[in-house]
Design a protein around this ligand. Structure first.
Ligand code: PLP
Length: 470
């Protein structure tokens, strides 16, 4: 494709993108296709000869688009959001055009230096102290794995990377019963063994019980195991629960453990000074992760990983070869040493575009707006006789269920599963069923870039109307 052909197609694509953003709210949120339906429309073999871009684009519209669930739909309330925004998309276009691999300072000094500055902005926006340094990772799963590997290396006197874990005592990792599945996956990958992840009991607000944590650590020590790390959750996926970080940090410090805070979703709310009390104690953690790609208008993927001890991080991941030995080594950051990947996308560019385009105040206003809309929804649930909240509903996550008067208690799970399915199949909104207090729930997560209070109010109306037809 010549640059002129590229220009022509790109202009056409941008027109399509702008139209999509303007009309995504009219599409069914969840893809309305059956398993295998898209694959059946794709040729079994790759084409031998190159095809026209117009033909490819046509297939994108007619084959791919029907199989898209619209995460940028303002009535997307499922999971946690994976936000996009026009400034972020524009930056992605530039990034894609530059095609930079920012593994070393030398391979694109601007990619490195912009990442450093933007992560300083992010740290300050969250109110974390300057003792934290940040690096962009692909996902929270990867960042937490980095934390576990660094904790493991530090605890073994930097031997486990060289010698493996054979002959070492059994390391134990602690997280609440609410912890995200990625933590268990990371514990497995770090070679620690899923059986050594101890799930600590939670209280009625689904938060880790510090007393139970202290007792588990003590019991492990008595049994000859080696407590290694605590993964505290700030904003759990199922119920939005916040572990008491200050009390956990005391236990962590008293036992010389690594404290990692998984704030994948809720970390974005720390840009609001009035919400920081939920994560009081985060400043005492060894590492902290949150996803601007969830709630901070930055396209997937963009995870902010903040650490207090950069030397420990670099010592864990640094590996030398002659082709990495640039003359600037030691004078500038080589982000390849700050995580698992060697090759790195220029993700800082989109975060920079987003922060500059909205300003901190603009981002704060949007997150506040989401929280207010979710809180109004939670209040409506509280006051409606046939519905009940199933968790405290902090920030912008509301966990609730339909419980019509007189309905047999043993049929409520079926009823709520059916309600979720009807709503999602209807295409007007998309939410995730969940489980809380042993019961099937509906989980409404407000945070999509385009979601405003009217979308949440409409969702409530639709949920009530649909429930009453069951
Ligand atoms: N931790 C929590 C609390 C989450 O909610 C999620 C995802 O929703 C993750 C970790 C994993 O995030 P990622 O997809 O960035 O790995």
């Amino acid at each position: 494709m010549t640059p002129e052909e590229f220009r022509r197609h790109a202009h056409g694509f941008v027109d399509w993108m702008a139209d999509y953003l303007a009309s995504v709210g009219d599409l069914p949120v969840k893809a309305q296709v059956r398993p295998g339906e898209i694959a059946a429309r794709l040729p079994l073999q790759a084409p031998q000869a190159g095809e026209q871009m117009a033909t490819i684009f046509d297939d994108f519209r007619h084959i791919v688009m029907p199989g898209i669930t619209h995460w940028q739909h303002p009535s997307f309330f499922a999971y946690f959001p994976a936000n996009s925004s026009p400034p972020s998309v524009l930056a992605e276009m530039l990034m894609a055009t530059l095609g930079v691999n920012g593994m070393l300072w030398q391979t694109s000094p601007a990619a490195t230096e912009l990442e450093t500055r933007v992560m300083e902005w992010i740290r300050d926006m969250l109110g974390l102290p300057p003792t934290f340094s940040g690096v962009i990772q692909d996902t929270a799963s990867t960042a937490t794995l980095c934390a576990l590997l660094t904790a493991r290396e530090r605890a073994t006197g930097w031997r486990s990377n060289q010698e493996g874990l054979q002959g070492m005592s059994r390391f134990r990792v602690y997280a609440s019963e609410e912890t995200h599945s990625s933590i268990e996956k990371d514990v497995r990958i770090a070679g620690l063994g899923a059986a050594n992840l101890r799930k600590i009991a939670v209280d009625e607000a689904n938060a880790m019980r510090p007393q139970a944590l202290a007792e588990a650590i003590e019991a492990d020590r008595r049994a000859g195991h080696q407590p290694l790390a605590i993964i505290a959750t700030s904003g759990s996926t199922a119920n939005g629960a916040f572990d008491p970080l200050d009390a956990i940090a005391d236990i962590s410090a008293g036992n010389g453990l690594w404290l990692h805070v998984d704030a994948a979703w809720a970390g974005s709310a720390m840009i609001l000074p009035e919400q920081r009390h939920l994560m009081r104690g985060a400043e005492r953690a060894d590492s902290f992760v949150f996803n601007p790609h969830k709630w901070l208008l930055t396209n997937f993927d963009c995870t902010a990983y903040l650490v207090r001890d950069v030397d420990a991080l670099v010592r864990t991941f640094d590996i030398m070869r002659v082709y990495f030995d640039t003359k600037e080594r030691g004078q500038a950051i080589d982000y390849r040493d700050w995580g698992i990947q060697l090759g790195r996308r220029f993700r800082a560019l989109k975060l920079w575009f987003v922060i500059r385009s909205y300003g901190v105040a603009g981002l704060q206003a949007l997150v506040r707006q989401h929280i207010a809309a979710a809180q109004a929804f939670a209040q409506a649930v509280r006051t409606e006789e046939d519905f009940e909240l199933m968790a405290p509903a902090p920030l912008a996550l509301v966990v609730f269920r339909y419980r019509p008067a007189g309905h047999p208690a043993n049929d409520l799970d079926r009823l709520n599963s059916e309600l979720a399915q009807r709503l999602n199949d209807g295409g007007q909104l998309y939410l995730t069923p969940g489980k809380a207090r042993g019961a099937v729930t509906l989980r409404l997560s407000v945070g999509q870039s385009g979601t405003r209070s009217e979308h949440v109010e409409r969702a409530w109306q639709l949920i009530r109307d649909t429930a009453r037809t069951l």
